[in-house]
Design a protein around this ligand. Structure first.
Ligand code: UD1
Ligand code: MG
Length: 451
């Protein structure tokens, strides 16, 4: 049966106290909404619809960046979860399949759990995802009768007996499309909150004699985010899980709790990550590399056998080939570094291509920006760039060339040439000693004058 995914994301999220729509607050550098979309997309849905309201334009942009085929449906007034789903009625008018409803502020539902729901759907018209709550608080309560889910009662409408139930509604629901919209038509807002509750689908389905059941999952999967405190908690949970996954995959994290990962960080086995390393979005690290302490990586690729850091910064577009060495206080941006090349100390390499077996001396800078435009530096194979070389781009240094330290290179250097651009050295015999004597006397005089 084909699946349409509806993700509810129109709510304001007042408790976030933010100008940013709640569902766009990031966890591991991706909006929480994208985490929810990713889980749903594991089911290969035929259609993905996101219901947006508050900050709809911003939400639409993030959605289309992640999945250009996803549709954003506007819900101008937030009259409840059933009303939100109802906004998708027209878009799904010709859709023949099941609809799965997720919440944009509930990012941790696992794909495996959704698959369990799909399996249960074979025997039931409606499948709801529930969980046993340690503290059921204000969650909707699932009223079971054996395997049948009879109804869901919202906390504000529940009796004392019903509130004592700890099996709660996660909000995730799976229903055949036509049935869903038929049942929604019958939902009223005659309840404590004056809203159209999606949860009423369950009671209405039972009145029609349809089979309804609940699949249960771990409470951790249903964590809903309503405040910055929840967001911080969610970040912590994500990081903990992502680190544990890496350890399982054979990556060494010397001090796991100090390593920050992003939603899409990929690290190969037998890589060693030292303490306090930050992985921003879009980083891939191959097997057998070492990322040393206090390094910051984003949008980059590190190949097998490379070492990075300590205190290195790899910015978007940094592409390190095998066995590259990037040392302390080195920044690499939008640059390919060829096999076995070393940039070991205090350098900035930006908008550049470096060949293989090249050595970049300490303090080398690619002067890539002229105040208006960016320019490229190209360095060949087996080149030696002397310490403190300024490479004023656009500039090319050919294979097996050298630059003398302290040079400011403004012209191309042909292969095998040595380029020197600095004042000639003059030695003045004995002048250092004279200068020392003079300065020491001067200092003595100053000291005696202040006494
Ligand atoms: C909902 C469930 C409750 C469940 C809980 C789990 C209903 C009626 N209640 O309650 O049983 O235990 O989630 O977290 O469904 N939204 C819209 N448009 C609206 C209203 C909501 O898009 O008009 C979105 C929100 O942005 C949010 C989600 O739907 O992502 C859930 O809405 P929320 O108001 O948080 O529902 P709860 O009261 O938490
Ligand atoms: Mg909620």
């Amino acid at each position: 049966m084909s699946i349409a995914l509806i993700i509810l994301a129109a709510g304001k999220g007042t408790r976030m106290n933010s100008d940013l729509p709640k569902v766009l607050h990031p966890i591991a550098n991706a909006p929480m909404l994208i985490h929810a979309m990713q889980a749903g997309q594991a089911l290969s849905p035929e259609k993905t619809l996101v219901v947006a309201g508050h900050g709809a334009e911003l939400v639409a942009k993030e959605v289309s960046d992640f999945d250009p085929d996803a549709a954003v449906v506007l819900q101008e007034e937030q009259n409840g979860t059933a009303h939100a789903v109802d906004m998708c009625r027209e878009v799904l008018a010709d859709f023949d399949g099941d609809v799965i409803v997720l919440f944009g502020d509930t990012p941790f539902v696992r794909a495996e759990t959704l698959e369990k729901m799909v399996a249960a759907k074979e025997q039931h018209a409606v499948v709801v995802l529930g969980f046993d709550a340690a503290d059921p608080g204000k969650y909707g309560r699932l009223i079971m009768n054996g395997d049948q889910l009879e109804r869901i009662v919202e906390f504000s409408d529940a009796s004392a007996d019903e509130r004592a139930v700890t099996f709660c509604n996660s909000g995730v629901m799976l229903v055949e499309s036509k049935t869903l919209f038929d049942l929604i038509s019958a939902i009223s807002s005659d309840n404590a909150q004056g809203e159209y509750y999606l949860t009423d689908v369950v009671g209405l389905a039972r009145e029609k004699g349809l089979n309804v059941t609940a699949v249960s999952c771990d409470e951790a999967e249903t964590l809903g985010i309503n405040s910055r405190a929840h967001l911080a908690e969610a970040e912590g949970i994500f990081q903990k899980n992502a680190r544990a996954e890496l350890l399982d995959l054979g990556v060494t994290l010397q001090q796991p709790e100090t390593v920050m990962l992003s939603f899409d960080t990929v690290i190969g086995r037998d890589t060693v990550i030292e303490p306090n390393v930050y992985f921003g979005p879009h980083v891939t690290v191959e097997s057998g590399t070492r990322i040393r302490a206090f390094s910051h990586l984003e949008g980059c690729h590190v190949s097998r056998g490379a070492t990075v850091g300590p205190y290195a910064r790899l910015r978007p577009g940094a592409e390190l080939s095998e066995n590259v060495h990037i040392g302390n206080f080195v920044e690499i941006k939008n640059a390919e570094v060829g096999e076995g090349t070393k940039v070991n100390h205090l350098s900035y390499i930006g908008d550049a291509t470096l060949g293989s077996g090249t050595n970049i001396g300490a303090g080398t800078i690619t002067c890539n920006y002229d105040g208006v435009m960016k320019h490229r530096t190209t360095i060949g194979n087996r080149v030696f760039i002397g310490s403190n070389t300024m490479l004023v781009a656009p500039v090319t240094v050919g294979d097996e060339a050298m630059t003398g330290s302290g040079s400011v290179i403004t012209k191309n250097v042909p292969a095998t040439d040595l380029a020197l651009s600095r004042a000639d050295q003059v030695n003045k015999p004995g002048v250092a000693r004279k200068l020392f004597d003079l300065l020491k006397k001067k200092k003595q005089k100053q000291i005696s004058e202040t006494k």
